[in-house]
Design a protein around this ligand. Structure first.
Ligand code: 2P0
Length: 327
C-alpha cells in the first residue's frame, strides 16, 4: 500500500445510446448496453491513500470536507474486498466539471476514484476489471475508464457487466458543443429518475428493444465512419430516453425552456443544410454533435440566444490515467 496519495485523472463521457434503468440496483447492472464518447474538456482528478491512522473514510471535494455518500462507500467497499484490507482511506477530488448538472460528473468522478483507489490498495487490474469497480460507484463511470467510443456491456452479473473500447483514437471528425444551461444540481437524480421510469413507464419494454437495435446500428455507423448515422441514432435514442421520463407516473422532465430553444436551433440548422444533432442527459444541458467544418456556423447560431460562457466545445478524450499530484 502506498504511503502517499495515488492520483488518477478520468474524463466525462456522454452516452450516444443511453443507460436508463437498472436490472440490479445493488450491483448496478443496467437494463441495456450503452455506448458513449469520452470527452477531452471535463475531467476529475482524484487522489487516494489508505491510512491505518484513520478511523473513518475522509473525503475532500475541491478541498472542502464532504460526506462519504452511498456511492463512494460502495466503490471503496469493493476495492477493500478485492485487496483484502480493512484500512480507511483519505480521498481528495478536484472536479473540472459543473457538478451534477447533467454533464456526467459522476462518470469521471467514479472512474478516477476506482482507478486511484485500486492502485493505492496495491491491486493490479485490467481496464475492463477497473470498469467493473467504477460501475459499483456509478453506472456511467464504467465507460469513462476508456477513451473515444466505448461500449458498456450490460451483462447479467458483476463480472459480465463491464466496458470495452470500440474506437480509440476516434477516426471520424466528431465534436460535441456543450450548451451549459444549468450549473446547479438537479432536482431528480438520475438514480431516482431511471428507477421511476423502469417501474412506471408503460413504454419501458419498447425502450429496451429499441436501445438494443440502436447499439447494433451505431457500432456499424462508427465502423463506417458515418457521422450522420451516428448523430441521427444519438438524437433519436436520447429523445426516446426522455420520453420515459414524460411517460413515468408521476411524470417529470429534465428539459427547460432553454433546452427546447437549443434543440430548435439544431433542427433549424439541419433544415438549412448544417449536419448537426443533439443529445441530452439527466439535466437541461444540450450537447450538439457536429463536425469541425460546421463548428463556427453552429456557435454563431447559438450566440443569438446564449452567452459565450455557456458554450464549450469538446473533442474525443482519453481514458483514465494515473497522474502525478496535480496540486
Ligand atoms: C448515461 N445517464 O448513459 C445516462 C443517460 C444520464 C442519462 O448514466 O445510478 O449517474 O449512479 O448508475 O450513472 C447518469 O446516471 O447513475 C447516466 P447511477 P448515473 O450516461
Amino acid at each position: 500500500m502506498s504511503d502517499q496519495l495515488v492520483w488518477a485523472r478520468a474524463h466525462t463521457n456522454i452516452a450516444l445510446v443511453k443507460y436508463w434503468g437498472k436490472a440490479d440496483a445493488k450491483l448496478i447492472i443496467p437494463q441495456n448496453s450503452s455506448l458513449s464518447l469520452t470527452l477531452d474538456h471535463f475531467y476529475t482528478d482524484t487522489g487516494v491513500q489508505f491510512d491505518s491512522q484513520l478511523s473513518a473514510d475522509q473525503l475532500f471535494i475541491d478541498d472542502v470536507l464532504a460526506p462519504v455518500d452511498e456511492k463512494v462507500a460502495n466503490c471503496l467497499a469493493v476495492v477493500r474486498q478485492l485487496a483484502g484490507i480493512k484500512t480507511h482511506a483519505l480521498i481528495r477530488s478536484y472536479n473540472h466539471v459543473p457538478n451534477a448538472a447533467g454533464l456526467a460528473s459522476s462518470a469521471s468522478a467514479f472512474a478516477a476514484l476506482a482507478t486511484a483507489a485500486c492502485k493505492a490498495a496495491g491491486l493490479t487490474l485490467s481496464k475492463a476489471e477497473l470498469s467493473m469497480v467504477a460501475r459499483r460507484g456509478s453506472g456511467s463511470a464504467t465507460r469513462s475508464i476508456f477513451g473515444g467510443f466505448v461500449e458498456w456491456h450490460a451483462g447479467d452479473s458483476d463480472t459480465t457487466s463491464f466496458a470495452q473500447p470500440i474506437e480509440d483514437p476516434v477516426q471520424m471528425d466528431i465534436k460535441m458543443i456543450t450548451v451549459v444551461l444549468n450549473r446547479h444540481p438537479k432536482k431528480i437524480s438520475s438514480r431516482m429518475g431511471m428507477q421511476s421510469s423502469v417501474n412506471t413507464s408503460p413504454y419501458y419494454a419498447a425502450w429496451k428493444q429499441q436501445a438494443a437495435k440502436d447499439l447494433v446500428n451505431i457500432k456499424a455507423a462508427i465502423l463506417q465512419a458515418n457521422f450522420n448515422m451516428v448523430g441521427h441514432i444519438a438524437e433519436t435514442n436520447a429523445m426516446r430516453m426522455h420520453a420515459l421520463t414524460l411517460s413515468a407516473d408521476p411524470s417529470f422532465t429534465y428539459f427547460n425552456a432553454d433546452s427546447l430553444e437549443a434543440m430548435h436551433i439544431v433542427k433549424s440548422l439541419r433544415e438549412n443544410g448544417t449536419n448537426c444533432y443533439f443529445t441530452m442527459d439527466a439535466g437541461p444541458n444540450v450537447k450538439i454533435i457536429c463536425q469541425s467544418k460546421d463548428e463556427a456556423t453552429i456557435i454563431n447560431a447559438l450566440y443569438r440566444h446564449f452567452t459565450e460562457d455557456k458554450i464549450v466545445v469538446c473533442k474525443p478524450g482519453p481514458g483514465v490515467t494515473i497522474i502525478k499530484d496535480p496540486r
